[in-house]
Design a protein around this ligand. Structure first.
Ligand SMILES: Nc1ncnc2c1ncn2[C@@H]1O[C@H](COP(=O)(O)OP(=O)(O)OP(=O)(O)O)[C@@H](O)[C@H]1O
Ligand SMILES: C[C@@](O)(CCOP(=O)(O)O)CC(=O)O
Length: 192
């Protein structure tokens, strides 16, 4: 198994901007240095296959995805109950880049699995956005989703190494991303 130099574990509420921010970070680091690994990737793929759904449409920030979210959460939780590392192992297989971004941690079991496997190089990153910002990006409160572990599992119990505030202030976001990028680059220049 490849050994990463840095594993950034991102979490945050729906529409806080996890995908947006992780894509920006990858773009600025380059795809040969940095891989985005989505725990929900293999989950959505298998769920789509079993239900005859459109996998591609479950990936983007669409209303289509939201329609199936509660069912996907239940489906994924069954898999995790049987094997908490199930999705974690799937997404790290065969990755060759030195920097891994896990874009969508939602549960303690996800964070604990990475800490156990790669603890020395793990950094946890929380993306925060106001309810107003999230609403402006399409968030609408949904019972059984916003009050469930999928959204609240990391609200407490983890001391995040980084907190990124993603509201309307573009300059502030640029600055925060630059700091995280500089930290990431500093890890790449250290000897193995
Ligand atoms: N700082 C920003 N500037 C412009 N657009 C943004 C910003 N942050 C997020 N967005 C947009 O808001 C929408 C929701 O963001 P994104 O999909 O990244 O959130 P998320 O936290 O990954 O949500 P989910 O948990 O639902 O997947 C996307 O269309 C994204 O492009
Ligand atoms: C089903 C689920 O993986 C959907 C995640 O979708 P997204 O990260 O919001 O694109 C959430 C979960 O695992 O609880």
């Amino acid at each position: 198994m490849a050994v990463p130099r840095l594993v950034l574990i991102f979490s945050g509420k729906r529409k806080s901007g996890k995908d947006y921010i992780t894509e920006r970070l990858r773009a600025s680091l380059g795809g040969d240095v940095c891989a985005i690994l989505r725990l929900s990737g293999p989950l959505k793929q298998q769920f789509a296959l079993e239900r005859g759904l459109d996998f591609e449409r479950l990936l983007d920030a669409s209303e289509y995805k939201e329609r199936y979210r509660a069912d996907m959460i239940r489906w994924g939780e069954e898999k995790r109950r049987a094997d908490p590392g199930f999705f974690c192992r799937l997404i790290v297989a065969g990755v060759t880049q030195p920097v891994w971004i896990i874009s969508d941690a939602r549960r303690r079991s996800d964070v604990d699995w990475f800490l156990e496997a790669y603890g020395a190089v793990v950094q946890t990153v929380r993306v925060e956005a106001s309810m107003e910002s999230r609403r402006s990006r399409g968030w609408v409160y949904a019972p059984e989703v916003d009050d469930a572990e999928s959204e609240c599992g990391l609200d407490t119990g983890v001391t995040f190494d980084w907190i990124i505030t993603n509201d309307r202030d573009e300059a502030s976001l640029d600055e925060q991303l630059l700091k995280l990028k500089a930290f990431t680059l500093s890890k790449l220049t250290l000897p193995v």
